[in-house]
Design a protein around this ligand. Structure first.
Ligand code: CU
Length: 321
């Protein structure tokens, strides 16, 4: 009898210990999961800083290859972005400024004068190697005094970091100092991509599609370019996040996103819109990431192409309180 009660006693202790262990473990796991979620929306500490104060890119000149997170602080009074153009062997920024920029200026001047056909014909003067540039991602458009955090994968090579938003007089920022050579070395960064909270897929048929309702707070968006193609204005699809105030006209925004329109991609941005970053265009099959902290309100994802709405490349959404 004695031994049975001792047994029972020991058993009950072990159950108590076991179950408290279990609940501790549960609590621990819960905390881990919660902190992983927190960490998932925390920006990495080892970022490559880019700063724009007026019409320039301030950054290091050489970076490692592989996954890199860029923190682009736009301290200027205008909207910009950065796009990483991987150049073909033997071509550099001198060739850009001598052979590419003047062609864009000439073409744009004709378009601005209402001579669209001659303007588009002028782009035929672009050097053949221009077609060999690999547009390799970057941030989406980012408004004044805002910061865009974007993670992209880069192959080693010679790149030009550029922004081709236009000045009020129609001049491209590229010609005003926003074309900076960046060397990406063969040494791998060792970084891994972040864990996304929302997955965006971009395809020719369905445009921009995301996989769940977008809630308020911090997010990491992955952007997978399932397919790519050149639209009427030569641009491939990209993803820009834009906040829409009550006075914003989405029609005006859609029109503004086309650089080949005389009033497109030109300062100032459409009334009531603030650009919050995104992932610039990159070849099909690649994925980039961007971070955003969303307050309740009205937003849109949009590409820099003409007629984005009917192509599914303009998607409005509401972030609820
Ligand atoms: Cu710019």
């Amino acid at each position: 009898m004695k031994s049975i009660s001792l047994h029972l006693f020991l058993l009950s202790i072990s159950i108590a210990v076991f179950s408290s262990c279990k609940s501790d473990k549960k609590a621990e796991q819960f905390e881990e999961a919660a902190s992983a979620l927190e960490e998932g929306v925390k920006e990495p500490s080892n970022v490559i800083d880019i700063i724009t104060r007026s019409m320039e890119f301030q950054s290091v000149d050489t970076i490692t290859s592989g996954w890199n997170t860029f923190k682009y602080q736009n301290l200027s009074n205008e909207t910009h972005f950065f796009l990483m153009d991987k150049y073909p062997e033997g071509k550099n920024v001198t060739h850009t400024l001598e052979e590419v920029a003047p062609v864009f200026e000439e073409g744009m001047k004709l378009i601005n004068e209402g001579k669209s056909e001659e303007g588009f014909a002028a782009f035929g003067k672009l050097p053949k190697w221009f077609g060999d540039i690999v547009f390799s991602g970057g941030s989406g458009l980012i408004g004044p005094k805002n910061t865009a955090v974007t993670t992209i994968h880069l192959e080693p090579g010679y790149y030009i970091m550029e922004c081709y938003v236009k000045m009020p007089n129609g001049m491209f920022h590229t010609s005003m100092g926003m074309a900076k050579p960046i060397i990406v070395t063969t040494e791998d960064s060792g970084n891994t991509p972040p864990e996304p909270t929302i997955n965006i897929t971009v395809s020719n048929e369905n445009g921009i599609v995301y996989d769940k309702a977008i809630t308020k707070g911090k997010h990491v968006f992955s952007v997978f370019y399932k397919e790519q193609k050149h639209h009427e204005n030569f641009m491939q699809h990209d993803v820009n996040l834009v906040r829409l105030e009550a006075n914003a006209s989405v029609e005006e925004l859609e029109k503004w996103m086309d650089w080949s329109d005389p009033k497109g991609l030109i300062t100032p941005v459409p009334q009531g819109t603030t650009f919050l970053g995104g992932v610039n265009d990159m070849p099909a099959g690649r994925t980039g990431y961007f971070y955003a902290d969303l307050n309740p309100g009205r937003y849109a994802f949009i590409s820099e192409v003409p007629n984005s709405r009917i192509k599914g490349l303009l998607k409005e959404f509401e972030v609820k309180d």
